[in-house]
Design a binder for this molecule. Structure first.
Ligand code: NAD
Length: 487
């Protein structure tokens, strides 16, 4: 098995196995080949991971923040040096083309470690609060042991986006990757040790929906950060609430991308394609409801079809490949089911719509697909598909499209393409979402906050805003005078 790790878990600075845990396979989505066999964490492994994090956290939090930062920046450097190998592993884990992973996965994890390594020294200061004669000050305190739970679409990125701010603030972490993509986080754990992160500060425990609750409900866990679907978010939030634990919820979306008739057609189509087909459509913030103003609708669709038809599907390890398979056969079945429902409900198929025939049959490939004449009540316009399926809806007026864009339980992201700068800002202001792009889509540099509103979650990852979600303030009042007691 070509990607077999030394053992399933990484705890207290080393690989650990417990074969009593339920075995599960890691499958390369392009060929269906089993590339590793692992075991889900048993309760004993969960105990070991949390205990090692709890012990190590105190020493880590006691270090000068600048020293922690230096170590995190070193980890970023190692990731960059090994970008190729880590990207290949990410491709094996997810099936995403190397063309993508080489620019968007380990490197985005490194960006995050570099950023939070940098802000560790400068960004963790408290405030001095003058109170006349007396004064107060605040300290930013680590929360303790944080649990990170990942989805399968960006395994290494998600791991780093959670670990970097958590560790910068002096927390320790137990990270549970998605059972679909267990491999990348183990390499990140190795790199942390190499960079100088003390043993036990970052641990990986494998498992699925039965393992997650063991971590979320653990009495020594202070915070849970989940990247996953809305139904999972509800369960994890509920469990965390009973223990009054902090939470960050990065959940699903059904984001609107609005194209006005004055927009650059090529840019708008490029944005819509990136926002629906990148990572084979498996991106939470995708703009899967593309609202196109009626005047340019047919022109938009004709050019979109032309550009979609020539997308190169195939071997993800080939640098020319633009679209890889879906992560699993089950996910592909789900997406094919949505395509059938769309056809039945009267959406007009523009391009794609099934399984391609010029790729290996064992891979979980699916065609990039566009449906037009989609209406707000159709299933594909309401539910998150998590596959390369673009729904094009049309609209007449700005007022109308904003109301329709917001008529969803989700609120992760949105986009607007227009040449009118005033309209761009006006629309961005009114879209109910955590992130809105004007004349771009799906760019998430670490400098800017990322997260959702409404059912898409709360809390923010990236940027200085993430510090608030991995630390809490202690206020110290300092009296400079006598105690004025009335007794
Ligand atoms: P999922 O919800 O099925 O699983 C996410 C993770 O939660 C997995 O590691 C899983 O094992 C774990 N899990 C499941 N049930 C659990 C429970 N009861 N307690 C604890 N852990 C549990 O999601 P997925 O299919 O892996 O990923 C796709 C979803 O993730 C999509 O909805 C997508 O939009 C979302 N996502 C969101 C973001 C974001 O930043 N907002 C990013 C990527 C993906």
């Amino acid at each position: 098995m070509r990607a077999q790790p030394k053992a399933s878990h990484f705890i207290d600075g080393e690989y650990v196995e417990d074969t009593a845990g339920t075995p599960f396979d890691s499958i390369y989505p392009a060929t269906g080949e089993v590339i590793a066999r692992l075991h889900a964490a048993t309760p004993a492994i969960v105990e070991k991971a949390v205990a090692s994090a709890k012990r190590a956290q105190k020493e880590w939090a006691a270090m000068a923040p600048s020293a922690r930062g230096r170590i995190l920046r070193k980890a970023a450097d190692i990731i960059r040096e090994r970008n190729r190998a880590l990207s290949e592993l990410e491709t094996l884990d997810t099936g995403k083309p190397i063309q993508e992973t080489i620019v968007a996965d380990p490197s985005s994890g490194a960006d995050s470690l570099e950023f939070f390594g940098g802000v560790a020294a400068a960004g963790l200061n408290g405030d001095y609060i003058p109170l006349g004669e007396s004064f107060a000050y605040t300290k930013r305190m680590a929360l303790g042991v944080c649990v990170g739970i990942g989805a399968w679409n960006y395994p290494q990125q998600i791991c780093c986006w959670k670990a970097a701010p958590a560790l910068a603030c002096g927390n320790a972490m137990v990270f549970k990757p998605s059972e679909m993509t267990p491999l990348g986080a183990l390499k990140i754990a190795e790199i942390f040790i190499e960079a100088g992160v003390p043993k036990g500060v970052f641990n990986v425990a494998q498992g699925d929906r039965t393992t997650g609750p063991l971590l979320v409900n653990h009495k020594d866990v202070a915070k849970v950060s989940l990247t996953g679907s809305v139904p999972t978010g509800r369960k994890v939030y509920e469990a965390a609430a009973s223990g009054l634990r902090h939470v960050t919820m990065e959940l699903g979306g059904k984001s609107p991308l609005i194209v006005f008739d004055d927009a650059s057609l090529e840019d708008a189509i490029g944005g819509a394609m990136l926002g629906n087909f990148y990572s084979t459509g498996q991106i939470c913030s995708n703009g899967t409801r593309v609202f196109v103003q009626k005047g340019i609708k047919e022109k938009f669709l004709a050019r979109l079809k032309e550009r979609t038809k020539v997308i190169k599907l195939g071997d993800p390890m080939d640098e020319a490949t633009q679209l890889g398979p879906m992560v699993s056969g089950a996910q592909r079945e789900k997406v094919l089911g949505y395509m059938e429902t769309a056809k039945k409900e009267g959406a007009r198929l523009i391009v794609g719509g099934g399984i391609p025939n010029d790729v290996p049959a064992e891979g979980f490939y699916i065609q990039p697909t566009v449906f037009a004449d989609v209406t707000d009540d159709m299933t594909i316009a309401r539910e998150e598909i998590f596959g390369p399926v673009m729904s094009v809806l049309d609209f007449d007026t700005e007022e109308e499209v904003i109301a329709r864009a917001n008529a969803t339980e989700f609120g992760l992201a949105g986009g607007v393409f227009t040449a009118d700068i005033t309209r761009g800002h006006r629309v961005a202001d009114q879209i109910e979402a955590g992130t809105v792009w004007i004349n771009a889509y799906n760019l998430t540099p670490v400098e800017m906050p990322f997260g959702g509103v409404k059912s898409s979650g709360f809390g923010r990852e990236n940027s200085l805003a993430a510090l608030d979600h991995y630390s809490e303030l202690k206020t110290v009042y300092v009296s400079m005078g006598p105690v004025d007691a009335p007794y």
